[in-house]
Structure formats: C-alpha cells, structure tokens
Design a protein around this ligand. Structure first.
Ligand code: NAD
Ligand code: KPL
Length: 344
C-alpha cells in the first residue's frame, strides 16, 4: 500500500465517499484524473453504473475554475463578448448551460491520498466502517457533515488517523437524479479533529482550493461547527415544521414563540461546551441574518422531509438536547423541535 504522505501534498487521488449533492459538487470541480467515488460496500446491489450528471450553476455566483469549463462549453453563437479570455461572470444564458460530468468508481483502492466524506451525518460512521479498513492509516479523512456529533464519533472511533472536519456554506442540490445545481457560493473552513491531522491541514486546504471554491484553514474547527450548528438549529426545524422557505419562518408564531428560548438554551450550551460567551440576542440576530439572506432557499431539512428522507435533526437540535443532558442544562425548546421534526 502506498503511503498517503507520499501523495497527499502533491495532490494524489482524491476519493469521495457519498456521491450525493455535496460530493458531486466537489467532484465536478476537482480535476477528473485525480478524483473518484467510493461505492457503497454494504449495499446488496453493487453500484455498477459510472456516476454521470450535468452540472449547472445559479446566476451571480463568483467565478471558479469550473466556470472556465462552463464558458468553454458555450456554443460560439451564445458566447458573450470576450469569449476566450477565460474570465466571465455567469449570466442567465450561461446558467442554462449544463456541463456533462462523469467520475468513475474507485479502483484500485490503494491509491487514495485524500478521502472526502460527503454522506449524511447519520450514515457517516457506517460508511467509514466499511471503507477505512481498506485505506492507508495515514490518509487524511475530511468530514463534511452538518451539525455535530457524527464528527466526534468518527474521531473517537479512529483517534490515530488524521481526521479533519469541514464546515461549508456552499449550496448544492439535485433537482433530478442526473442534475447537480451549484445553488449558492460560500466558504469552506477545514481543520484538524485528531492530533495527527494537524500536519495535513494545509495540504488539504490547498488541494480543495484548486477547485476555485473559497477554502480556508480553521484552527478551531469545533467552534466553527458550533457556529453553523446554531444557524441550522434556529432555521432548519422551523422550515421543516412549517413547510416553508427559510425567510418565511420569521413571521410565524411557531418561530416567534420559541426563538428566544431556543437561543437561551444555545447560549448556555455554547458557553459550557466551547467556553465562548455569546448572548442569546446575538445568536438570534445571527439566525435572522442568515434566514433573511437565504430567504427563498429550501433548507436541507425541509428538502429531506419533502423527499421522505431521514433528516439530520439528531445531529442538530437533537445534538443540543444530548449536550444539555450531559451538562444538566434544560433544553425544552430543542427537545420539542426534535420530537416534532421526528414525528413528521
Ligand atoms: P445527499 O443525500 O445528497 O448525499 C449523500 C450521499 O451519501 C448519497 O448519495 C447516499 O447514497 C450516499 N451514502 C449513504 N450511505 C452511504 C454509504 N454507506 N456508502 C457510500 N455512500 C453512501 O446529501 P448532501 O446534500 O450531499 O449532504 C451531505 C452532507 O453534507 C450532509 O451532512 C449535509 O448536511 C452536508 N452539507 C450539504 C450541503 C449541500 O449544499 N448539499 C452544504 C453543506 C453541508
Ligand atoms: O445550511 C442550511 C441548510 O439548509 O441546511 C441553511 C443555512 C439553513 C441554508 O438553507
């Protein structure tokens, strides 16, 4: 088995576990010769067809490496002035352009230099249990799950491996199985969870930044994940329960009656878990700023409920309930939201 250290700094094969929306976004933007998906191992029916999809991006997103490809795929009749000069901003006509993308399933497994894990939080431990025995002990593993709980479970299960976590505000969805839309540009922070991951952080950031997406090194990734958790806990369950886009929660009585209590619980838990003091009013302001700036978005939790998929509530409000139990802090609002979402 070739050691990951021999390749990871120089951009060896990047394997992606979880060929869903986020996995396909990274796969579409990474160089094809360096990227492959890991098939499900536990499935009765092995994945045989090569993953193929179309890639499209919403208007107004900043330029990335992929947009250059997109520009090149536009027929000359549609090409705006300056075509060929490489740097263009997306326009509605370009947005309709679909770039065909295909990535292969990994073979052979020995060549994984970096593993990106883009399964849902609830599937992550099982997916890694299947795959990690086949992957070199020094291959860095980057966890992209929302919420908290799954990351710590992985780091506790494999403390000797270089495990990193990423917190991303990129937005990707699949309106149909063969279509991937990059719906919102954001930032991605990557940081070490286990001791041996610290040596790999800079190289991982460099490899991910080659996509053209904004990727940053984060010294305190748990704190960053907590900040995102607060936003998800304050928006996602309300959108799922009210079946509405993010912005519409703000005027609802469900939200108005519970948001202060929710933020009080989160402020206490943040202080206890991370030693960060953030007043409940500030947390509420943060939730409402994001709900406003993503007003027309369908949250991931609402999308999961509508599609009949399991939600990530156990890793968002449910995680806060578990934290409360550990520290003897009452979390009635988080508990109510968790139970109600689970009942949907
Ligand atoms: P998704 O459901 O589209 O993709 C998950 C993929 O994992 C699916 O293709 C599923 O088949 C696959 N999978 C499940 N179990 C597996 C196993 N055992 N082995 C191999 N593959 C397996 O979900 P997503 O939207 O891509 O989100 C993935 C994670 O990233 C979630 O935690 C989500 O909260 C987080 N996230 C997503 C976005 C986004 O824009 N989509 C943004 C930020 C964070
Ligand atoms: O991350 C999100 C999600 O939907 O999971 C928010 C920030 C709520 C944007 O939709």
């Amino acid at each position: 088995m070739v050691s990951a250290g021999e390749r990871s700094g120089s951009g060896g094969l990047i394997a992606i576990l979880g060929a869903g929306s986020l996995g396909r976004l990274w796969a579409a933007l990474l160089p094809s010769e360096h990227c492959a998906f890991l098939p499900r191992l536990s499935c009765n029916q092995p994945e045989r067809n090569q993953p193929r999809w179309s890639f499209s991006r919403q208007a107004g997103l900043p330029e990335t490496r992929c947009e250059y490809v997109l520009v090149r795929s536009v027929p000359p009749s549609m090409a705006p002035q300056g075509f060929g000069e490489a740097r263009l901003t997306a326009s509605p006509s370009l947005v309709r352009t679909r770039i065909p993308v295909s990535r292969r399933w990994l073979d052979p497994i020995e060549h994984v230099g970096l593993l990106l894990v883009t399964t849902k939080a609830g599937d992550t431990l099982a997916a890694l249990n299947d795959w990690l025995p086949h992957i070199s002990e020094d291959t860095p593993v980057v966890l992209f799950q929302n919420g908290l709980g799954s990351q710590q479970a992985v780091a506790e299960r494999w403390p000797g491996r270089p495990i990193l976590a990423a917190s991303t505000t990129e937005g990707a969805n699949r309106p149909s199985p063969d279509m991937l839309v990059h719906a919102g540009a954001g930032d991605t922070w990557v940081g070490a969870l286990t001791a041996s991951a610290a040596n790999h952080s800079a190289s991982v950031v460099q490899q991910l930044a080659a996509t053209g997406l904004r990727v940053h090194l984060e010294e305190n990734i748990l704190q960053r994940l907590w900040q995102k958790l607060v936003i998800n806990a304050g928006i996602n369950p309300f959108t799922a329960l009210l079946d509405c886009p993010n912005g519409d929660i703000l005027d609802s009585s469900l939200y108005q009656q519970n948001i202060d209590g929710l933020c009080r619980e989160m402020s206490l838990l943040l202080q206890t878990e991370t030693s960060e003091t953030i007043a409940q009013e500030v947390l509420r302001e943060r939730v409402e700023t994001v709900a406003g700036s993503t007003a027309s978005n369908t949250s991931s939790m609402r999308a999961d409920v509508k599609a009949g998929r399991k939600t990530e509530i156990d890793f968002i409000n449910g995680y806060l309930v578990q934290c409360g139990k550990r520290h003897d802090i009452a979390t009635p609002v988080n508990q109510m939201l968790t139970e109600r979402v689970k009942a949907l």
